[in-house]
Structures are given as C-alpha cells and as structure tokens.
Design a protein around this ligand. Structure first.
Ligand code: PRT
Ligand code: ZN
Length: 283
C-alpha cells in the first residue's frame, strides 16, 4: 500500500485533494481521519502539517508527499522531487520598506532580515558574500519592519498584495516555488510501480488543465490558414462536411489563447464554433 502525505488544511490541501481525486484516488472526505484508505487504488493518505511532510517522506513513514518546493528546499531532507504539480505557485523574495532606496544586494549588509526560511536565505547570502542578521520567526513576517523588529523581510510572495499593504517592495526573487510530488529515497519496486502509474495519471490531469476543446466549421479554401492559427498537439483533426467545400476541424487550445484564436478563425470565415471543457489528456 503506497502512503501519500498531504497537507491537512491550508493553501495546498484543496488542490492536492482535487488532483488526487481527478487521478482516481478518492477518500470519504466527510469523515476525515489522520490516515485514510483510498477507495479504488492501493493508496492511503496521511494528513500532516506541510512543515512535517519532507521529513516524514525522507524517513519513509510516507512513500510520497505533496508539498511546496519551498518547504522541501528549506528543510533539506533527503527526498526526491518527482514532479511539479502546477499549483501553489509562489516565490520567496527579499522585500524592503518602499521608502528605502535599494542599491543592490549590498543593501542587506549589516541589516536585520525577518524570515521563516533561514536556510534558503543563509545559502543565498553566503553565495553573494552578504553579511546580514537573519531573524527566524514563524507567523506574520511581513509586519516585522513596521514593528521595528527587522529592516527587511524574506518571505513568500504570490500576488504581491501583502507586501503592498505593509509598505514593502520586492527587490530580489530568490526561489520560484510550486507544489511538488516528493518521494522517499528508496521506494521498493512494487510501490514504484504504483507511484509511476499515479504520476502518469497526474500528468494527464495537469496537461488537461487550462485547455479547451474547440470544434468549428470552415470553408475548405481557408483550411490552410486555419491550421496555421490553431496550435494542435500534433495537427488538428479535419473532417469533410456533407456541404460541399466545407469541413469541420477539432483541436485542443490553451484557455489563455482561446479568445484570440476564435477572433482570428471568425475573421477567415469559421462558423459554428463550439468550445468544450476538457477533462484529461492522456499522452
Ligand atoms: O498549517 P500548515 O503548517 O500545514 O500550513 P502553513 O500555514 O504553514 O502553510 P500555508 O497553507 O499558508 O501554505 C502552504 C504552501 O502554499 C506554502 O508552503 C507555499 O508553497 C504555498 N503558497 C502559495 C503560499 C502562498 N502561495 C502565499 N501567498 N504560502 C503562503 N502564502 C502567504 C505568504 O506567507 C504571505 O503571507 O501569503 C502571503 C503573500 O501572498 P500575496 O498574494 O499577498 O503575495
Ligand atoms: Zn506550515
């Protein structure tokens, strides 16, 4: 039985559970327990605080774990990063009061920096020969400068809103992070097989995320132009229509590019455009 450590609650819980469910790993969420067996897959879920996931996986008390890369790097335990999962994106950055003039990394020499990520910061400063005082705090790092506890902070940034509302400005992006699947260093062959099956299911879910299925009719004379507009996985499917000189096209489009693609297709005569929600792409 493969055991996967997942955050109990917090920012990564919901999307971790969604990804697992989409990949066929379902647990009865109404009666949540510390350890839960999945219904149709040889997997059990162990619910933990995110801080504890890297160590638990490194010790082998869980075979896999879903956690932010920032926690993996900070804790430094021996785990394998098996897969980026495409959610929980953030960065860990240095930020200073917006009233200060930033002069480059030397700015931090002799400064007090508040952070919950002292190891990552230590390593970064060592690399650039910066001598700063690192104050490790848990909790609201962003209020430290205004409270007179620090000159600057090193913290997680996502939209940047928290920095703005605390009068801070991001000056150095040190680590780009997202949720990752980690694995224990020595997974036995039987568990590795299940882990690989799970990873390929994750891949299908992740590839389908942010994509739409597009169906449309186009005059045959405009077909080449339409193929040029449509970014397809291989090339779009083209089927002749009963109506002479018309055909139907089908393809997958990134949601971000969807409207732009539709406008271009309409401009060359496309009709009957259907946009369908896509669930998974099995490559
Ligand atoms: O209870 P537990 O210990 O399990 O959870 P936690 O409270 O330690 O962590 P949690 O749930 O807050 O975050 C889990 C993980 O989500 C982090 O380790 C990151 O990998 C990821 N993540 C993604 C974030 C953010 N985005 C994020 N914005 N974690 C925290 N934040 C906080 C940040 O600390 C800051 O206070 O949000 C604020 C900044 O957000 P913006 O959008 O204002 O820039
Ligand atoms: Zn935590």
């Amino acid at each position: 039985m493969l055991r996967i450590a997942v955050q109990t609650k917090g920012r990564l819980n919901e999307q971790s559970m969604d990804l697992l469910r989409e990949a066929g790993v379902c647990v009865a969420e109404d009666k949540r327990k510390f350890l839960m067996r999945a219904k149709d897959f040889p997997v059990e879920l162990l619910f933990l605080r995110d801080d504890d996931i890297p160590q638990t996986v490194s010790m082998g008390a869980a075979d896999l774990g879903i956690v932010g890369l920032n926690e993996v790097v900070e804790r430094g335990y021996d785990v394998q990063v098996l897969k980026k999962l495409g959610f929980g994106a953030c960065r860990i950055s240095l930020a200073i009061p917006k009233t200060d003039k930033y002069t480059g990394l030397e700015y931090f020499n002799g400064k007090r920096i508040a952070t919950s990520y002292p190891n990552i910061l230590n390593e970064y400063f060592a690399k650039y020969n910066i001598n700063a005082e690192i104050h490790t705090i848990t909790g609201s790092v962003e209020i430290s400068p205004a409270a007179g506890l620090a000159d600057a902070i090193f913290d997680i940034v996502s939209s940047g809103g928290t920095l703005v509302s605390n009068g801070l400005v991001e000056v150095e992006k040190v680590l780009q992070s997202e949720a990752v699947l980690i694995g224990t260093p020595n997974l036995d062959a039987e568990k590795m097989l299940v882990a690989q099956q799970l990873m390929s299911r994750f891949e299908s879910v992740i590839t389908g995320t942010g994509k739409k299925y597009l169906l449309l009719n186009i005059p045959t004379s405009a077909l080449d132009e339409a193929i040029g507009i449509l970014p397809a996985m291989r090339s779009p499917t083209v089927i002749p229509l009963a109506q002479k000189d018309w055909c139907s096209m089908q393809t997958v489009v990134d949601e971000d590019a969807l409207w732009e693609v539709i406008e271009k297709l309409k401009a060359i005569g496309a009709e009957g455009i259907l946009v369908l929600t896509l669930d998974k792409i099995v490559l």
